[in-house]
Each structure stands twice: as structure tokens, then as C-alpha cells.
Design a protein around this ligand. Sequence first.
Ligand SMILES: Nc1ncnc2c1ncn2[C@@H]1O[C@H](COP(=O)(O)OP(=O)(O)OP(=O)(O)O)[C@@H](O)[C@H]1O
Length: 706
Amino acid sequence: MTNKGSSNSEVVMMEIEANKPTGNGMVVGGLSPLSETIWKEKTSVEMVGDVSARLAWKDLTVMVTLSNGETQNVLEGLTGYAEPGTFTALMGPSGSGKSTLLDALSSRLATNAFLSGNVFLNGRKTKLSFGTAAYVTQDDNLIGTLTVRETISYSARLRLPDKMPWSEKRALVESTIVEMGLQDCADTVIGNWHLRGISGGEKRRVSIALEILMRPRLLFLDEPTSGLDSASAFFVTQTLRGLSRDGRTVIASIHQPSSEVFELFDRLYLLSGGKTVYFGLASEAYEFFSQAGFPCPALRNPSDHFLRCINSDFDKVKATLKGSMKLRFEASDDPLEKVTTAEAIRALTDYYRTSQYCYSANEKVENMSKVKGTVLDSGGSQASFLMQSFMLTKRSFVNMSRDFGYYWLRLVIYVLVTVCIGTIYFNVGTGYNSILARGACASFVFGFVTFMSIGGFPSFVEDMKVFQRERLNGHYGVTAFVISNTISAMPFLILITFISGTICYYMVRLHPGFVHYLFFVLCLYSSVTVVESLMMAIASVVPNFLMGIIIGAGIQGIFMLVSGYFRLPNDIPKPVWRYPMSYISFHFWALQGQYQNDLVGLMFDNQTPDLPKIPGEYILEYVFQITVSRSKWIDLGVIFSMIIVYRIIFFLMIKINEDLTPWVRGYLARKRMKQKNGGQINTTVAPYGLTQSPSLRTYVADHRKR
Ligand SMILES: Nc1ncnc2c1ncn2[C@@H]1O[C@H](COP(=O)(O)OP(=O)(O)OP(=O)(O)O)[C@@H](O)[C@H]1O
């Protein structure tokens, strides 16, 4: 097998070097004639003005702190660049640092990773902000209950300007569906634990469609072809190449490309153990390996050969096979028969460092860092805050109403549990024994029934994953998300608490009167909403189901303990538990309010019929130790204000994660680098804030004209 990729790529590169974007002329593999027409229309619209993204990185090193406190370099002194109109593929064995390089370039490194070196976007030191570049991650975090078309439509309405007519937005959605070859599954749901949906490959394509919808100038993709069959992988790669021909800069990590897919790459960045093995034209990699003493044997796919040469795991595999005598050596023209892979990697990296490829890459990066180009703004949302909030609320509401596990299952369980409460405390009456029964009933309702809301945590975690993906790509703001999340849940919580509250109230026959009933259900509603808000705040920092549920259950357990039922208020130890814990606990306020609501105005039988009846007020003050001078409505007001406090905490958690954590990381990174380099800081990525994409504005303006 020969390196067929060379001819195609060379032609392409010649066109690029001549500064002639091939946009309209390129064939977009696998697309229908309709899609090609739409594609061409868009291309002519968007190539107005120099809004292209020239990305260069120099001496990029990423150091991670391991759990044992030691540090490890994941990337070491990488230098390279990606130009508009080109498709750069990152290749390397598993663990070679492909995802880390993408994360470093797009400013998404993990909290324990420290970056040194420079990233230049159009000649300016850059830290990409939300939405400046689109990033398609390895995980497809999508809303399972929406169809493909709905998913893309909501995304369009969340991000395109309010003034753009819906017909134009829809046209853009439909063309994106066609571009990604999703026509056949456009009306199929994405799928979740109880809904059979689209395939994994189709999910990948939906994730890519969501990011190309806004025509980003810079597109990062982490393994866009993983899990796809060869035809789908070819289709996706061809589409990405088509996007790059549109004047965009596309960088993707690709695991094990077929020869057809490899032919579509313009530039190749080969990584092994965090070091550059080769960076240059994909078509010249074949030549490079020959020059370095590792020519591709006949009948071997060149990309397989490159990866075979730089995957040190082969040494281990060989040693194991040799040990078990399963490997027989036969004469072959494979250069790797004579050396170990570790030796090959060392030879290749050394050869690259002294080669013309490395020299010209360094020279190019040097030049690119000097030429100051357009400051690229964020390609994030162009929709107004109100539109974002409205669309998010609508999308979230639709999801909640379709997902059986979100609220419907909880409604069923709530009804079942409250019927149980109703039958156990049925017609509780005003006998002497009913005094404690009423207290226990209220305690169970506001303790355990509200606790059951913890069941929504897995759904919150799913919501947070979608939010994080969309937020990092600049789809909308944190405030819009928090508001929409609060509003969309409201109807369901009202439904659940009013139905179950009514069943419980009338079966047990608590204090007669509509206002008393209303207080009870409002108290239940506000308490359940507090639990939801608490769990949402937990989900924003703990993305793991089990850990989140354990933490949420623990917090609520403590709140229940100090509510004044399991230990009477005056008996709760004063430091910590009474002050401030019982006042922080919503159970405490709910019980204080409900006890008053239920007992004030009722007369209870005494222990024996000859003794006088006991007024409810007396029981409140001397049995339950309730402050009767305070209105029950104040207790209810405190619970409602807790909802606001928890939502603010939720908002702050997200903001701290976004703003404060990177700042602390930057500070620590500088400190560590200083220590490592003996008091000298080399270069760190400068913080840069970038907003709003001119490319999209041009596109939208032209759309309007049309
Ligand atoms: N934040 C981190 N903390 C600790 N180790 C890390 C961190 N990020 C990356 N690594 C390590 O760095 C190496 C490179 O990881 P990376 O995910 O970039 O590799 P990759 O080439 O993308 O692999 P794959 O193809 O399997 O996704 C791995 O050994 C990984 O364990």
C-alpha cells in the first residue's frame, strides 16, 4: 500500500499557501446536492473580512500534580500551529497527550494541571474565553428526551439573535442537519436510560452539529470519529475538512484513522509520551519516517505504521508474547523488528528536533507570533438574556415533562407514600394520643417526604453536564441557566406537593379550614423546593451520583436532627446544634410553622375524661416548646427565602468554579514554575478576555439582507 494521501493534500496545501481559500470548490464528501448548495451559500456569506483564526503554540508544557503530591509532565515543549483553511490532526497512542494538548489550547485544563508556554491567536497571547473556540469533547452530553431536530433548534434559538426570523433560523438548522447527515434520524429522540434513541455515531454527529451551527472560526474536536464505523468516520472527517475549507481552523485528535480518513488531513501532529514526534504536512510524514530510518513496509497503511512506531505499549506486548512463546519471528521489511519501540520513539523525536520540519515549524510560529491580526471575539450566544432564559426554561420544561424519571416517578411515589401516611394517621382526631400523633405526622411529612426529593439528583447531574458543555462553548450565561432551572421545575413541584399534600391533609384530617390547608401545602412546596435547590447546588460541585446523594442525605439528616422533633428545641445543645444549626435547618422552620398551623385553636382531650381539655396553644408552648408569639407565616417566609439563598449559592458555586478556580490555578502555576526554575518564570499564558464573533455578525447581517 502506498501513501495515497500525498497527492490530494499537496494540491490543497498549495491552494492554501497561495492564500486562496478553496471553500466553494471543495467537495464535501457524502453530502447531498441540497447540502452542498446550502454550504456554498453560507461560504460566500461568511468569507467577508479577515476573521480567521491563526493559532500557534510555543514551548507548551503541561505539568500535572498527582494524588501522591508528585508532579509529572504530560506535555513537553510542544511547538506548532494551525492555520485557517486547514485541518490539523493530532495523532498518537493512548495517553500520549492529545486531549491535554487540545485542553491546553482551549484553556480547559483540569485544576491539577499547570501550563507554561504561549498560545497565540492571531499573533496575540491568548487564553480562550467561553465561546471563542468551539470544542467538541469526547463525551456526548445531550438531552436524551429531545429529538435531533429539537436539540439543534433549541441550540439555534438560544444563540442566534432574537431579531433573526425563525424561518432563517430553521433554514440554518435544517442545513446543519443535512451537513452532518442526520436527516434519517432528525425526528428520533437522542435517548436515555428508558428511551431507545439514536446510535452512538449519530450522537457524535449531533454534538458536532451543535458546534458547527454557529460557524466557529476555530474548532477543536476530541476524537470525533471514535466509536464510528469506517463510513461514518470518513463522512465526519470529510465534513470537518469541508468546514476547514470554508476558512476555518480545525484541529481534531484522531485515534486510529483508516487510510481514507488519513488522506483528508492537511497537517499532522504526532505525539508520543507528550513529545512531538512529527509536525508537518500529513503528506510528508511518509517521507519523514523514511528519512528517520523507519520506512513504511509494503502493504501497511502509513498511518498504522506511524502509530506502530510510536506506541511503546508494543514493547510490553512483544515481551509478553515472547514469554509465552506465541510470537514467531519471520523475515520481514519492518524496521521495528530490529529495534524496540522505545528506541524508535527516541530516534524519531531526536531526528525531528534536528530536521527541517522542526526548523520550519519554529520559524513559522515565530512569524505568526509577531504578526498581530484581528482580535477574535467570542462566538458565543447572540440572543438576548430574556430569549436565553425563555428558551432554556422551555427546553428544560419539555425535558422534565418527557423524562419519566425526572418528576413523574416522584409524583407516583409521593402519592403512594402520602396514601400510606393518610391510612396510618387516618382521621387523627383530638384525643389525648393524637397530640403526639400530629407531631409525628408533621415530622414525617416535612422530614422524610421532603427528603425523597433527593431522587432527582441523577437528573440534576445530567442537566449540569449539558450545562457545562454548553457554557464552556459560550451558549448562554449562568444567570439565565439558574433562573430557567428554577422556573421550569416550579409547575412540577406545585403539582407533586399539592396532590400529595391534599391527600395527606384530608385523610389525616388535620386542622379544618382552607387557610390551614393552604399553609400546609405551601409549606410542603417550599420545603421540597429548598431540597431541590440544595441538591442542585451540590450537583454544581459534585458531579458523581453516589457522592452527591450521600452528601445531600447527610446534610438533610443533620437538618432533621435539629428540627425540634427528635430532640425538643430547648434540649438541643446550645453551641453549634441550637445556634446556628437549627436556624439553618428548613425542617426547623417547617415544623414550627406546621405545629402552630395545626394546633392553635384546637382543644384536646386530657388523659382522663374528668380532667379539663387541653388547648393547642398550651401544647405548643409546653410540650413542643414552640415560640407561639411568632406568626406561622414568618416561618413560611423564612423557608421561601431559603430557596432564594440556595439558588444564590448555586449561582456562586458555578461562578467560583469558572472565575476563582482558574485564578487560583494560575497563581499556583506561577509559584510552582518559579520553584522549578529557581525563581524564574518562563512564560505563562496571558489572561485574555474575548467576546462576540464578527464572522457570525457578518453572517447574520447578510442573512437579514437576504
Ligand atoms: N489532570 C490530570 N491529572 C493527572 N494525569 C493526567 C491529567 N491529565 C492528563 N493526565 C495524564 O496524561 C496522559 C495523557 O492524557 P491524555 O488524556 O491527554 O491522553 P490522550 O492521548 O488523549 O489519550 P486517549 O487517546 O486515551 O484519550 C495520561 O497518562 C493521563 O493519565
